[in-house]
Design a protein around this ligand. Structure first.
Ligand code: PHE
Length: 338
């Protein structure tokens, strides 16, 4: 009796599942057979009244049917989902492209600084740092710029209340380093410097400098030219014409300004080079004996050169940037180009 019921039940339920056609009807069919008071559920419940043998046989069959029906209903539901009869709110379009993650990137000045460091490190230079907040001794006196000397006017200085100041150049690190390290030595000193200046397209009150210092027994201007030339070639990735012209810095003797050929006009003279055909990129010179003395070295024992590059200037030339203020403006339209 029960056995017939099961076969019938299978036929009947299969047909109904196939005919259902919607999720609601399928749910109803599922309830009709598998629900709490469903037809199959009742059969399973009635097993208790059967003999052990029959219970085993019928039980197995009934359970198989239960699994069969569940799977069939699931399959049918799945089909309907694919056809799109599912509720709008449950619909997930797996083909929509995902939201793109924004990843940050390095600031152009950081990129430039890293490139400069890499080039000098490959030529045996160590990268050294010094404090942004300096005292007058290291920023001026030790560099042969005594109090009341007119040369101090070259660097308009932010003086702080605690007798300190914001360093106006990275040159103080020459003395700080030589006090603690004996030559021979080769270092570069990247760092921020500050000047109390009005800003325009080529002036900022905060700048980034790269100081260079090489000291040994027989160092000459030829060494300076060789190193600087090699640096330019690697940094600008082309052959660069550059020149040294006499200049004045109290902490070097002789002193030079270093300028490179103007890219923008091939040295014919344009607005970028202000008609001169040359772009100034650094101050340099042979270390003054007084700087050695102030660093507790014996001047006649050593020779050396030093330079100070403006990093913004290098980046502006390399990337053709026409306003120095862009670097610290925080303008994403500018920054996202790097
Ligand atoms: N410190 C100088 C400046 O900021 C540049 C410089 C560095 C010149 C080293 C000579 C030697 O103007």
């Amino acid at each position: 009796m029960v056995k017939i019921d099961l076969k019938l039940l299978k036929k009947e339920s299969e047909k109904e599942i196939e005919k259902a056609g919607s999720i609601e009807l399928l749910n109803e069919v599922s309830k009709k057979y598998l629900g709490k008071k469903g037809k199959l559920t009742l059969v399973l419940r009635s097993l208790a009244g059967l003999s052990q043998n029959e219970r085993k046989k019928v039980g197995t069959e009934a359970n198989e049917l239960k699994i069969f029906l569940k799977e069939k209903i699931d399959k049918e539901l799945e089909k309907m989902n694919l056809v799109g009869s599912v509720n709008e709110s449950e619909w997930i379009d797996i083909t929509i492209p995902g939201k793109k993650m924004h990843s940050g990137h390095l600031h152009p000045l950081t990129l430039t600084k890293r490139k400069v460091e890499e080039i000098f490190q490959s030529m045996g230079f160590s990268v050294v740092e010094g404090p942004d907040m300096e005292n007058e001794w290291y920023n001026f006196d030790a560099l042969n710029i005594p109090k009341d000397h007119p040369a101090r006017d070259v660097w308009d200085t932010f003086y702080l209340r605690n007798k300190l100041l914001l360093r106006t150049h990275t040159s103080p690190v020459q003395v700080r380093y030589m006090e603690k390290n004996n030559p021979p030595l080769r270092i570069i000193v990247p760092g921020n410097v500050f000047r109390h200046e009005a800003t325009d397209a080529s002036h900022e009150f905060q700048l980034f400098q790269i100081e260079g210092l090489m000291v040994d027994k027989n160092i000459s201007v030829a060494n300076l030219k060789a190193i600087v030339g090699e640096f330019f070639r690697r940094f600008f990735e082309k052959d660069i014409k550059f020149r040294l012209r006499p200049d004045y810095f109290p902490f070097t003797e002789p002193s030079f300004d270093i300028a490179i050929n103007c890219f923008a006009c091939q040295s014919k003279g344009c607005s970028v080079c202000k008609g001169t055909g040359w772009l100034e990129v650094a101050g340099a010179g042979m270390v003054h004996p007084n700087v050695f003395k102030n660093s507790k070295l014996i001047p006649k024992d050593w020779q050396g050169w030093a330079f100070g590059f403006g990093l913004e200037r290098l980046a502006m030339i390399k990337y053709k940037i026409n306003d120095i203020r862009l670097f610290r403006s925080g303008d994403l339209r500018f920054l996202n180009q790097f």
